[in-house]
Write a protein that binds this ligand. Structure first.
Ligand SMILES: *[C@@H]1O[C@H](CO)[C@@H](O)[C@H](O)[C@H]1NC(C)=O
Length: 268
């Protein structure tokens, strides 16, 4: 059956032209135009949900504190209280008014099971412009098996040139060349739903915003299965997230579409 993904959507509120993605469903597999074939499709539409719990396949992270290291100024910890479904969105928050001198900074994070091995993952989100957080949509297995789209909201972060910016990275192992770059976000990133997409095959990673290619890497491409995550956090690192934010920072995810393979290795 041929159909346009865009035709499935009825987003009266969207103010941008939805990118057209040709998806062909084939004997329990999904062929994503220009990327490849995937055995799994997960679709999470938060605009149809009233409240928690998260839909099957997504989990709220509740991990032990991560100590401050490197240039991080403060420890941080993911708490379930910083994740909600409300107003048609999955809301992932760094609360404002946290006192970093006496508290561990809390943040929110949502993740999939740890068996994603290649995929085309689209996140439809309104990001927060509150300065001082890192809003991530990413793949993680280890610090050298990681693919990131990360938004740094603080123009003063030394990772960028005085503007809030989207960063695209394959994390590298020691001795390997770095694969990281950044662009400004769309002008309406904090008021409109924007599509952020990562394509990951064994040959490359590609990063798209509203269907427009921003970066592509053939080096440091992860080779093992791991987890897809969405988070919003701060640890005071002047070279990265900065923060904590003064007011609440709320990343609003309207929808997630994932076409992916897993370690189960189903054939098409
Ligand atoms: C995903 O798995 C299917 C079935 O094994 C395979 O045919 C396909 O090439 C895989 N896709 C990618 C992008 O590696």
């Amino acid at each position: 059956m041929h159909y346009l993904l865009a035709a499935l959507l009825s987003f009266a509120s969207l103010s941008f032209a939805l990118p057209v993605n040709n998806i062909e469903e084939r004997a329990s597999c999904y062929e994503v135009d220009g990327v490849g074939t995937f055995t799994n499709h997960a679709s999470y539409d938060f605009s149809t949900l009233q409240s928690l719990p998260l839909p099957d396949g997504l989990y709220i992270s509740q991990d032990p504190p991560i100590a401050a290291s490197g240039q991080a100024q403060y420890a941080r910890q993911s708490l379930a209280s910083n994740v909600d479904i409300a107003n048609g969105y999955l809301e992932i928050k760094v609360p404002g008014s946290q006192d970093p001198s006496s508290d561990i900074l809390t943040y929110g994070e949502v993740h999939t099971a740890a068996d994603v091995l290649y995929g085309s993952v689209r996140t439809y989100a309104i990001l927060s412009n509150e300065a001082g957080t890192c809003q991530g949509m990413f793949f993680y297995k280890s610090d050298t098996q990681e693919i990131d789209i990360e938004f740094l909201s603080d123009p003063q972060s030394t990772a960028q040139d005085g503007v809030p910016a989207l960063h695209y990275t394959n994390q590298h192992a020691a001795g390997q060349p770095t694969t990281t770059s950044y662009t400004p976000p769309p002008s309406d990133y904090d008021t409109s739903v924007v599509e952020y997409k990562i394509d990951w095959t064994k040959d490359y990673t590609a990063f798209y915003v509203n269907g427009v290619l921003q970066e592509m890497y053939t080096q440091n491409v992860p080779t093992v299965a791991g987890t897809w995550l969405w988070n919003n956090w701060a640890n005071g690192d002047p070279t990265w997230s900065t923060g904590p934010p003064v007011e609440d920072s709320v990343m609003r995810i309207q929808r997630i579409e994932m076409y992916f393979n897993s370690t189960a290795g189903t054939s098409c």
